[in-house]
Design a protein around this ligand. Structure first.
Ligand code: 5AD
Ligand code: SF4
Length: 448
């Protein structure tokens, strides 16, 4: 049977889809690039904010005519909703006329069996299946993810989250924290080098809470960076609570560990941070960024911020503004608070910041961060930075793109260099999100 798989959301979902592809192709299914060729459509979904849900509902609606046609022609058609939204909504989403299978993030090993079950049934009976039980152990150990080519391989080192930030649905959709054994991870990274990947990104909902048999995240990242053939190691997404000095020193001393830390702030107000259960204060966050910059000079620090958390006042917003000005993040993802059913915030705090206030606040933070990012990027003009080539860019014909150590996108006039090669580029220009580079010209020495 042919399967079409579509992925929404974060890197963890991208990585899970690689596991799903592997599980299905090992069971004899064929993954097809075009939906019209498929008897099975799988949608790997995100639940982090309401607009992620809305997008999926919109997508499901577009599948109505296809379901009708397939059912008439073939007698059966499977539309499976996978991922965080599946885990979050469970039976409720089965009421959607298009969906007949719901599978949560810890249940992908069962996919072949579940698909067989729904597709063998007489559709007139409209049988539906659901498998959305969270596991304390599932890490998909032993499944070799079916990755796309490229320079970067995602390597999941832990799953789940135990932090219960009050706004966040992830602890409910992804379950408790569990880490993979060091040897299993290293085995995977060695194999990735042989497959031709130059970079690995260690992934986890709380990547720096990694802990397995006495091995910490600092131990693990050094071991991974020492695997011969790995040129760059990145990690995402960490929590500010788990940055002990040995980890910062590991990042500082190892040339292969990229000098970029994504450090989600969420708010600059102590009162809001407390309501969010973030477990740090504004000053502790600022001190951490100072320590990071002292131990790892030239580190790029990026962040996530939420505006309009319940009860947020203009004074709270001002504190966030002040903190952004103090820390000067290299870039920031800024979101409007979106109430998620079942979270602590949804039970305790009414979503009382009006939409127009959220919009005004997000725009103010966007504008401020744009200015900071632009200044920081323009300061790089004239310097030379190492860029890992990723390939041609669609945005500008005749140009290639790559990533700096600090994870900035750099575009440059095309060279013969292949994806995965590290090349020095001189920065000629900069916008808020992109650097323009040029290969170095070797100076001609004239003798007098
Ligand atoms: N509303 C808005 N943003 C959220 N995030 C997580 N949950 C919510 C929510 N309910 C943001 C946080 C997190 C990022 C991945 O998404 O900033 O760091
Ligand atoms: Fe959500 Fe907080 Fe866990 Fe991140 S650390 S996944 S924001 S609960």
């Amino acid at each position: 049977m042919n399967v079409f798989l579509e992925t929404y959301g974060c890197q963890m979902n991208i990585s899970d889809s690689e596991v799903i592809r592997s599980v299905l192709s090992n069971a004899g299914y064929t993954l097809v690039p075009v939906i019209d060729q498929a008897q099975v459509v799988l949608i790997n979904t995100c639940a982090i904010r309401e607009n992620a849900h809305r997008k999926i509902y919109g997508r499901l609606d577009t599948l109505r005519p296809l379901r009708k046609k397939m059912q008439q022609e073939k007698g059966h058609f499977v539309v499976g909703l996978l991922g965080c939204m599946a885990q979050n909504l469970k039976e409720t989403i089965l009421k959607h006329p298009v969906v007949n299978m719901v599978v949560g993030p810890d249940n992908y090993r069962a996919l072949p069996e579940l698909i067989a079950k729904v597709s063998e049934t007489d559709t007139n009976k409209n049988l539906q299946v659901i498998d959305a039980d969270l596991s304390e152990y599932e890490t998909y150990q032993g499944i070799d993810p079916n990755r796309f080519d490229g320079v970067n391989a995602w390597v999941v080192i832990m799953r789940g989250c135990d932090n219960f930030c009050t706004f966040c649905v992830v602890p409910y959709t992804r379950g408790r924290e569990r880490s993979r054994a060091l040897d299993d991870i290293l085995g995977e990274v060695h194999a990735l080098v042989l497959q031709g990947f130059q970079q690995v990104t260690l992934l986890g909902q709380n990547v720096n809470s990694y802990q397995a048999n006495g091995i910490s995240f600092a131990d693990l990242i050094l071991e991974v960076a020492n695997v011969p053939g790995i040129e760059r190691v990145r990690f995402t997404s960490p929590h500010p609570k788990d940055f002990p000095e040995p980890l910062l020193e590991a990042i500082a001393i190892h040339p292969n560990i990229c000098k970029h830390i994504h450090l989600p702030l969420q708010s600059g107000s102590d009162r809001i941070l407390e309501l969010m259960n973030r477990t740090y204060t504004k000053n502790e966050f600022i001190q951490l960024t100072q320590k990071i910059r002292q131990i790892i000079p030239n580190i790029s620090i990026t962040t996530d911020i939420i505006v309009g958390f319940p009860t947020e006042t203009e004074a709270d917003q001002q504190e966030t503004i002040d903190l952004i000005k103090t820390v000067e993040f290299d870039s920031a993802y800024i979101f409007k608070y979106s109430e998620r059913k079942g979270t602590i915030a949804s039970k305790k705090y009414p979503d009382d910041v009006p939409p127009e206030v959220k919009t005004r606040r997000i725009v103010a933070l966007f504008d401020l961060q744009h200015e900071i990012s632009l200044n920081k990027n323009q300061a790089k003009i004239g310097s030379t930075i190492n860029v890992m080539v990723e390939g041609e860019t669609d945005k500008r014909p005749g140009f290639q793109m790559g990533k700096s150590d600090g994870n900035m996108t750099v575009i440059f006039p095309s060279t013969p260099h292949l994806p995965g090669e590290l090349i020095p580029l001189e920065i000629k220009n900069a916008t808020t999100a992109t650097l323009l580079g040029q290969t170095l010209t070797i100076p001609v020495l004239t003798q007098t």
